[in-house]
Design a protein around this ligand. Structure first.
Ligand SMILES: [Zn+2]
Length: 356
């Protein structure tokens, strides 16, 4: 029989943590250095740590010695970007999540789409959720300012993280290890997007907007955009735009779609409560979301501008427009109305003609 601890966590008979209370999650995982899946300490079990960007992606896209840009603008090498993880959880994650996802995505967009039509989106949702979780667990380990003279406030603190959102996501993505039942209303928005090859030849891309719990990930011609705490309501509004997209999108268009999803999420009138329910006797854990009406507050385009500017931060000066100078173009993005998706007549831009 399962039991509750004083801090409101749930353990099984062997002492394995079925559910981390918010308090335990923050203490042991978000701020501690326990295994991010099971919560074990490296003093008790062997650790081999887990790459934030899985190894098979580093191999497939030759990223081992490449650098990624952190939320503070600093760079770190992909192969050195890891979170604390024990050997047992790493093996389990490899078997249950990483190997199947690696094999599936190798087939590209068509294979992924066909598989999801048959099996649903949960597996990929969990996988993308894990990536987002690992990225932001890592934040607190990295100094916000690499220049020591500026102090050593971790990124997580500097961005004033609210751990509750990550706590919920952590509970959900651990379902591969705990067997928790996930109800569809516990999920946020998730889309599989077809991406076209562009001049840069770049085939891997990752970006997220933590505040809005939105993320995009590109692997070759298939990309995923997701939002974890919106009860799929931001996605409902995004669909109005997606329906007007009549072909594969470019890298910039993909980034815009992720930004749009984040922007919509920030304007939802209500977010669902995402709850864990337990039957200790029957040893069952279920995650459900409460129903909320999909309604938007009045849209503030300054928020869109802020998000767009952040998500395109590495691309200014590279995206060329025949109408505007680099500075004018950047100002337009900040203004919040810039779009890479539709032309002046509202038609989807299908090719790589200079913007906009
Ligand atoms: Zn573990």
């Amino acid at each position: 029989m399962w039991r509750r601890t004083e801090d409101d966590s749930v353990l099984d008979e062997a002492g394995k943590v079925i559910y981390f209370s918010l308090e335990r999650f923050v203490r042991d995982i978000a701020l501690g250095d326990c295994c991010f899946v099971c919560g074990a300490s490296s003093a008790d079990v062997p650790f081999n740590n887990e790459h934030v960007i899985p190894e098979w992606i580093l191999r497939r896209f030759a990223l081992f010695d490449r650098f990624l840009t952190l939320p503070n603008g600093a760079s770190t090498r992909y192969d050195r970007y890891t979170v604390p993880c024990c050997v047992g959880c790493n093996d389990l994650m490899g078997r249950a999540i990483e190997q199947p996802t690696s094999a599936l995505t190798e087939g590209g967009y068509d294979a992924v789409q066909a598989w999801c039509e048959q099996h649903g989106l949960l597996n990929l949702y969990v996988w993308v959720g894990l990536l987002f979780l690992k990225t932001h667990l890592k934040d607190r380990l990295l100094r916000a300012h690499l220049d020591a003279r500026k102090g050593d406030v971790p990124i997580a603190e500097e961005l004033q993280y609210d751990w509750r959102g990550l706590h919920y996501l952590h509970t959900l993505v651990r379902c591969f290890a705990t067997g928790a039942g996930i109800y569809p209303d516990a999920l946020g928005s998730f889309f599989i997007i077809k991406v076209r090859e562009d001049a840069s030849g770049q085939a891997f891309d990752y970006g997220d907007l933590y505040q809005a719990q939105a993320v995009m990930l590109r692997l070759g011609d298939v990309a995923f955009i997701a939002c974890f705490n919106d009860g799929a309501n931001a996605g409902l509004f995004l669909k109005q735009k997606l329906e007007r997209i009549t072909g594969a999108v470019s890298d910039a268009q993909l980034r815009e779609l992720a930004t749009e999803l984040a922007f919509l999420n920030m304007h939802l009138k209500n977010h669902p409560n995402l709850e864990s329910h337990f039957d200790l006797q029957l040893e069952r854990h279920e995650m459900k979301g409460t129903f909320v009406l999909p309604e938007l507050n009045e849209l503030d385009y300054a928020v869109r501008g802020k998000f767009m500017h952040y998500i395109f931060r590495g691309m200014f000066g590279k995206l060329k427009s025949y109408k505007w100078s680099d500075a004018e173009f950047e100002a337009m993005v900040v203004g919040g109305q810039a779009t890479f998706l539709f032309d002046d007549y509202g038609a989807f831009i299908k090719d790589d003609t200079p913007l906009p």
